[in-house]
Structures are given as structure tokens and as C-alpha cells.
Design a protein around this ligand. Structure first.
Ligand code: SF4
Length: 434
């Protein structure tokens, strides 16, 4: 077990003035949002993406897709200035779709339409809906309309779900559909607890096969574990699937979520209450030690689930005055934002910019920064322990008592690393002075 180094009392000073975000919001500071759509779609077995955009976008998106998604080739027309000015977008798109259909083992062709194709006027009604029996699904994710890659994941998932969701069969009693790119152990943890209540996880979306999309329509309820799956939830709601908002996060949050699932699935109230109380008791037993007490932590990311982590850190005893995310504010973010603001969070920034995060770092003294690579580098230069949100935090279990214990124990270890970071600053300062 790692040694716990107590934080100096008063290390995190209270600000005198309210925090003012001052960054320019005209320029979204995010990778191309289309990456989110490509990630979701290229991971579906049998999906052969056809991407309609110019060659510059294609180069970058092919790279990140191979790196972060499925190492799957993307079929795309070569659209340069000559083709665009010559009005060849529609023909080029149709040729790419025909080429995608000739690939091996194709079960669906998502056509990803990006800034250039949308601006050049790609017409949906002139695209085929099927080629050689293979469904063609248009996914429109230009960056001027979809501002972050999590939100592009939602648009992509909703588009394929609309095409494949099973509209004929009945809803299966006690079957819950989870929505969110979560750590693989999380659905198993959730399923284990649901089974104690007489329910189960039917599917976790975005899935790896179109059969999971078909199955989702048979759920009795859907739970969007991440707050940016608005369109996806709407597709299932229209199909008559009940909706559970929020996520099983922390002690009170997990118990409340289990009760909401119980109500949505019409489960035995006494059994649900017993299981919810057990979960809450296990979580509170761990939280009693307040493993993060005295720490002031900044949470910033572009995954869209930052507020969930902030809630967990606060329950662990930390002060989290500032949370920023790349997603926009919506009805699905309202409950988490309200919870945070009643538990000491002074600023929740949507559509964040690095300037907002840097302003927050000048405003508060942080003991740990969980942020983007740019922000983590900025914090390291100041000797503050910092980690890249996506690769370090998002790759651990998060939900229910089990996920909470795993995540908070890890954060406690990160806080203990401060002397290492301070030594690093001293080393480079000494090196520069020579
Ligand atoms: S032009 Fe649009 S589609 Fe192309 S890389 Fe930029 S944001 Fe992405």
C-alpha cells in the first residue's frame, strides 16, 4: 500500500474573487470531432466506413483512427480543389460507397460526411440506402455543427441505431441497455449488482457488432452512463424504451441510480432497496477514511465524463473547485452540474479552452491536475502532480462501490507523487542555471 503523505493545511488557498473564465470561444480547441464518429463506427465488426471529405482531413483522420480505433482502412474519394470546384462530390461519394461494398465481409457502410462535403452540398437523397444488400447509413458530423468528438460519437451511434434497432419484438422484462464507452469491467460490475435485483445488462453501446444494435431495441430501459448520448437516448425513447439518466457514481449516486433503474424496470421495491443500501454501505465504509481529504484537484478533459470523476473525487474528500469539459450543456448534464455546485465546485466550464484551464490554475492552488496533455505539461512545469485524463483515468473502473474504490485509491497514489514533481522542477532549474 502506498504511503499517504499528509497535505499541508492551508496549502490550497481560498480565492478572494469569483473565478472568471475569459477565453475566446470562437475556435474550438479539440481534435477534429469526426474522430469520435470514426472511432465508434470503425470498431463495429463488418462496418466499412466511407469518408467523404478532402484529402487533408483524410490524412489526419486516417492516422488517429488507426492509432485509437480499429486499425481499419477507410475508403474515401480523393477530393482536392479540382474535384470540389468541378462539382464532383456526389459522384465521388457514390464511387467510394460502391468501393466499400466490394470489401470482404461488409455488413454496413457508414458514410461519414465532414466539413468539406457538407459545405460542398452532399445531397442525402442522391446517396444509395443499400448497395448489393449492404445497408448504407449517412453520418453527418461536420465540425461547425458537432463541436466535440464525444458528441460525434453520439451522432454516429444514433445514426446506425436508427437503421438497425429491432422495432418488431417486445421489450424484455428486466433488461437494461447501457450507453457509454466505459472501462470493460464496469458493465460486468453493473450486471453483477443488477442480477441481485432481478435484472441484467442486455447490451452495452456503442457495441462491436450490429447485432448489439438490433438487441438494444428490446431493452426495457436504457441508461446513458455518459451525458452526451442525447440522440442515442432519443432513438431508444421513441422505440418505447424507458430512460434512466445519470450514472452509478459514488455512494449516494450509486444508490440513487439503482433505485431509478428499479423504478424504470418495475423491479421488486424491497429487493432494490436492500441492494441499493448494501452498495451505499460498502461505498461509505471506504469513504469514511476520506482518502483525498485536504487535496484540491482540477479536472479537465474532452471525454465528456469529467463531471462524474469530479463527483467521485469530492466524495473522497477532495475540493474540486473547477471542472471543464469539451461537451455542451444539456438536460443530461444538469443533475451532475447541480450536484457539483452544491458540493463546493465554483466553476463548471462547457466547451472549454486551454486558457480557461490556465486561468483556473492561477486562481486556485492545486495539489493534482487531471487534464489534457497540454494542461498536464503546464502543471508539470510548475511541479504539480498531473496526469493525462484520457489515458490514465478513463482506463480504470469507475462505477458502483468497486469502481469508486479502484479510482480513488489510484488518485491517492498520484497525490503522493508531489515530491517527485518538485524534484523534477529543481533539477531543470539547476540545469538551466549552469
Ligand atoms: S476541416 Fe472539418 S473534417 Fe476536416 S479536419 Fe478540420 S474539422 Fe475535421
Amino acid at each position: 500500500m502506498a504511503e499517504i503523505i499528509p497535505l499541508t493545511p492551508g496549502e490550497a488557498s481560498a480565492p478572494q474573487e469569483p473565478f472568471k473564465p475569459g477565453a475566446c470561444k470562437l475556435h474550438p480547441q479539440t481534435m477534429c470531432p469526426a474522430f469520435g464518429a470514426l472511432r465508434v463506427l470503425s470498431r463495429i465488426e463488418g462496418a466499412q466506413p466511407a469518408m467523404v471529405t478532402d484529402t487533408g482531413c483524410l490524412y489526419g483522420l486516417t492516422f488517429v483512427t488507426h492509432f485509437y480505433a480499429a486499425r481499419k482502412s477507410i475508403v474515401a474519394p480523393a477530393l482536392g480543389t479540382a474535384e470540389l470546384s468541378g462539382g464532383k462530390v456526389q459522384e465521388a461519394a457514390n464511387a467510394a460507397i460502391a468501393e466499400a461494398a466490394r470489401e470482404q465481409n461488409v455488413s454496413v457502410i457508414p458514410v461519414i460526411s465532414l466539413c468539406v462535403a457538407e459545405t460542398a452540398g452532399l445531397a442525402e437523397e442522391l446517396l444509395p440506402t443499400e448497395v448489393d444488400g449492404k445497408p448504407v447509413v449517412l453520418v453527418r458530423v461536420p465540425a461547425y455543427a458537432i463541436h466535440s468528438h464525444p458528441e460525434a460519437k453520439d451522432i454516429a451511434l444514433a445514426a446506425v441505431l436508427r437503421r438497425f434497432v429491432d422495432r418488431q419484438s417486445d421489450h424484455e422484462p428486466g433488461a437494461l441497455v447501457l450507453v457509454g464507452e466505459v472501462f470493460p469491467a464496469d458493465p460486468l460490475l453493473i450486471d453483477g449488482v443488477l442480477r441481485k435485483m432481478g435484472a441484467r445488462v442486455l447490451a452495452t453501446l456503442p457495441g462491436r457488432h450490429v447485432d448489439e444494435l438490433r438487441l438494444a431495441g428490446r431493452g426495457a430501459a436504457v441508461a446513458a452512463l455518459h451525458p452526451f448520448y442525447r440522440e442515442t437516448v432519443n432513438v431508444l425513447r421513441e422505440r418505447g424504451v424507458g430512460v434512466v439518466t445519470g450514472a452509478p457514481i459514488g455512494a449516494a449516486g450509486s444508490a440513487a441510480w439503482l433505485r431509478a433503474v428499479g423504478a424504470a424496470l418495475d423491479l421488486d421495491e424491497d429487493v432494490v432497496e436492500r441492494v441499493a443500501a448494501e452498495e451505499e454501505e460498502t461505498a461509505r465504509g471506504f469513504l469514511a477514511a476520506q482518502p483525498l481529504k485536504g487535496a484540491t484537484i482540477l479536472v479537465s478533459g474532452y471525454e465528456g465524463n469529467e463531471m462524474l470523476y469530479a463527483r467521485l473525487l469530492i466524495e473522497g474528500g477532495a475540493h474540486v473547485p473547477y471542472v471543464s469539459t469539451s461537451i455542451g450543456q444539456s438536460a443530461l448534464t444538469a443533475a451532475d452540474e447541480a450536484w457539483l455546485k452544491t458540493h463546493g465546485t465554483e466553476a463548471v466550464i462547457y466547451r472549454k479552452a486551454i486558457e480557461d484551464d490556465q486561468a483556473a490554475m492561477k486562481h486556485w492552488n492545486f495539489d493534482l491536475v487531471i487534464g489534457t496533455t497540454t494542461l498536464a505539461a503546464y502543471a508539470k512545469e510548475r511541479g504539480i502532480p498531473s496526469v493525462y485524463y484520457t489515458n490514465i483515468l478513463s482506463v480504470r473502473p469507475l462505477f458502483l462501490a468497486g469502481g469508486m474504490i479502484a479510482s480513488l485509491s489510484f488518485v491517492r497514489e498520484l497525490l503522493n507523487r508531489r515530491p517527485l514533481y518538485e524534484r523534477m522542477v529543481e533539477f531543470f532549474a539547476a540545469d538551466g542555471a549552469e
